[in-house]
Design a protein around this ligand. Structure first.
Ligand code: FPP
Length: 228
């Protein structure tokens, strides 16, 4: 969800105000995803690297998260949305963790769209955590090095049980991945838009999906094989 800071600068406002405006984009995108029957929507809300931003901005983002969770939980409950979180949540302030866990618990019986919040998340962190757990399980003879394969490795990632993204959307005209789901996006289709996140709406999501529907996904095979 990139471009909040630039949106704010263009509107002569503070970065925190840009993040606040990003909430409406989140609301519209989640609504749109639910409407068209998407199963999983992962939102990169805060990266491991974002902790190094000015404290004032980090605090504003944490407060905004608390506010958004408080405001939106009822609405999510009504709309059958289920919420999960991936990332180093131990680093989050106690209040954010508490609100988040409470929200997740209240929505646990919902069966519609799953919104995965990537919070204090980075892919390199996630992969290193997985490697640590695998090494520890091998040392404790719970697994043998010969058991290690793609399927086993994925069980140690925080996204275990969540399908790999079919489509990755990056807003704000930046053409990079920024440490997001590096393992999981091996065969994802990438979509880049100039729209800054606070201006993103469900119609932009639909446009990205329409574009995705015209892609040929070959997964390393030939067109002929796919057609056959
Ligand atoms: C990146 O834009 C955006 C963030 C670091 C924060 C995203 C958070 C929200 C939209 C609000 C909370 C989200 C939820 C799920 C309730 P940037 O600050 O890097 O923008 P810039 O590149 O223009 O400076």
């Amino acid at each position: 969800m990139d471009g909040n800071g630039r949106w704010a600068a263009r509107h002569g406002s503070t970065r925190s105000f840009g993040h606040e405006q990003g909430i409406e984009a989140v609301r519209s995108t989640v609504e749109g995803a639910g409407e068209i029957g998407i199963s999983y929507l992962t939102l990169f809300a805060f990266s491991t690297e974002n902790w190094a931003r000015p404290q004032e901005e980090v605090d504003a983002l944490m407060n905004l998260l608390v506010y958004a969770i408080e405001q939106e939980t009822e609405n999510l409950l009504r709309n059958n949305v289920h919420v999960m979180v991936i990332g180093d949540t131990a680093k989050l302030p106690g209040q954010v963790r508490e609100k988040l866990l409470n929200c997740i618990d209240r929505l646990k019986n919902n069966t519609g769209l799953t919104v995965v919040l990537a919070l204090s998340y980075s892919s390199k962190w996630e992969i290193v955590e997985a490697v640590k757990k695998i090494a520890s399980d091998a040392l404790n003879h719970k697994i043998s090095p010969d058991d290690i394969n793609i399927g086993l490795f994925e069980k140690y990632l925080s996204t275990t049980g969540i399908p790999d993204p079919e489509l990755l959307i990056r807003t704000s005209g930046e053409y990079r991945i920024s440490n997001f789901l590096l393992w999981q996006i091996a065969y994802s289709e990438l979509y880049f838009t100039e729209k800054l996140w606070p201006d993103f709406r469900k119609e932009d999501l639909f446009e990205a999906i329409a574009d995705f529907q015209n892609r040929e996904r070959r997964f390393g095979l030939t067109s002929e094989q796919i057609a056959g």
